[in-house]
Ligand binder design. Structure first.
Ligand SMILES: Nc1ncnc2c1ncn2[C@@H]1O[C@H](COP(=O)(O)OP(=O)(O)OP(=O)(O)O)[C@@H](O)[C@H]1O
Ligand SMILES: [Mg+2]
Length: 369
């Protein structure tokens, strides 16, 4: 049984789920059902148990079940490294979502420390060929699983950058103002870059010697115009100060971790991820998530909870079977979705199966085993 897993999950008025309770036994969970049945919604609810906006990056209010729109709640019994926690996140219809751990209000970072959750969703199937933002987000989610402070620094950095951009747009010229705001950007920005770089190092170490069918990917963090990422606060502050005239002209900040890109190479083929076949691109993503899980298992003694939406998409039967074997070997609680139960046949009884249907009440769950 995985050392990090949810044993009971409750969704209340969350999207299509009026009230859904899922009890698990630590095995991976295969959720199947027709299009629109509410499968991804369950994964999204779990993703709200970690810091940030969840796997669809939806607005908090959008998650309230329509037509009532009364707010929503997701709660879980979480087993994390020998401890059991009752975690809950809820939205009452106004303000931001609240978080509580063992009945005490908690900040998002506290959630990140106990609930390490990573995911792959179908929109990421085009991650390597689309814009850099998706790749940054993907790497940042992996970084967050290693470093719970990553999310806080990302927020602090973005807040300071928005302020600086406003000043640039307004034509503000006071150097003292810039210095103050750039120093905040530099402090958080350096942590972000260090976390990203150490995440890549940890993942690459986990790829070496791993017994896996999935292709190793060489990741390379690059700054704007293929520059080296700036990973100390002093250097970043200097670079921001130097960039002011250019930034003022552009009306926004042109350097910093928000401009990074992540290049990936299919190591054994020596081919850039963007040039790989669709299935190979997916295999690279799976490989990175599995390596992340392996590294985390070594670091903290537990693989993260892994959410795999439409897990079988683009994977041939051999790769699919290999993925299931590796999930079981890792002892990770993977929550997976698919339209048919057959897709999960290779698990046998190593996974728990749940069928989900849509009725007048919304999404309804039926345990199979
Ligand atoms: N706020 C909401 N209130 C009520 N229903 C919602 C809300 N948001 C989404 N839905 C409904 O949830 C359903 C989609 O659920 P979900 O995305 O989980 O489907 P799915 O089972 O993953 O389907 P697919 O196989 O197509 O991916 C849709 O029917 C959608 O209308
Ligand atoms: Mg779906």
């Amino acid at each position: 049984m995985s050392t990090l897993h949810i044993s009971r999950l409750t969704l209340s008025h969350f999207r299509s789920h009026k009230r859904t309770v899922i009890e698990t036994d630590g095995r991976p969970i295969a959720i199947f059902g027709a299009n629109g049945a509410g499968k991804t919604n369950i994964l999204e609810a779990i993703s709200m148990l970690s810091p940030g906006r969840g796997l669809r990056r939806a607005k908090t209010a959008e998650l309230s079940r329509a037509p009532e729109n009364l707010g929503w709640k997701v709660s879980a019994d979480l087993h994390s490294l020998g401890h059991q926690h009752q975690i809950e996140t809820a939205f009452t219809g106004t303000g931001t979502r609240s978080i509580s751990i063992d009945d005490k209000t908690a900040p998002q970072i506290a959630l990140g420390r106990i609930a390490r959750i990573v995911w792959l969703v179908p929109v990421m199937d085009r991650l390597w060929v689309e814009g850099a933002e998706g790749r940054r987000r993907f790497l940042d989610r992996l970084a967050l699983s290693f470093e719970p402070n990553h999310g806080e620094h990302t927020l602090a950095y973005e807040r300071a950058m928005r302020e600086r951009n406003r000043m640039l747009k307004d034509g503000q010229r006071d150097p003292a103002w810039y210095k103050a705001i750039e120093s905040q950007m530099a402090t958080s920005g350096a942590v972000i870059e260090q976390n990203r770089l150490s995440t890549i190092t940890r993942i690459s170490a986990a790829q070496q010697g791993a017994e896996t069918t999935f292709p190793a990917a060489d990741l390379n963090l690059r700054g704007p115009e293929d520059s080296d990422p700036i990973s100390t606060a002093d250097d970043l502050a200097t670079a921001l100060a130097e960039s002011r005239p250019r930034d003022m002209h552009a009306g926004r900040s042109l350097i910093g971790p928000h401009r990074d890109d992540i290049h990936a190479l299919y190591t054994t083929k020596g081919i850039a991820a963007a040039q790989c076949s669709t299935g190979e691109q997916k295999a690279l993503l799976v490989s990175l998530v599995l390596s992340n899980a392996r590294a985390l298992a070594q670091d903290i003694g537990a693989a993260p909870i892994i959410l795999l939406d439409e897990v079988a998409a683009h994977l041939d039967p051999d790769r699919r079977a290999a993925l299931y074997n590796e999930i079981c070997a890792l002892g990770a609680q993977a929550w997976m979705t698919g339209t048919e139960s057959d897709l999960f046949a290779d698990f046998g009884n190593r996974a728990m199966a749940l069928r989900i249907d849509e009725n007048q009440q919304g999404s309804a769950i039926e345990p199979i085993t």
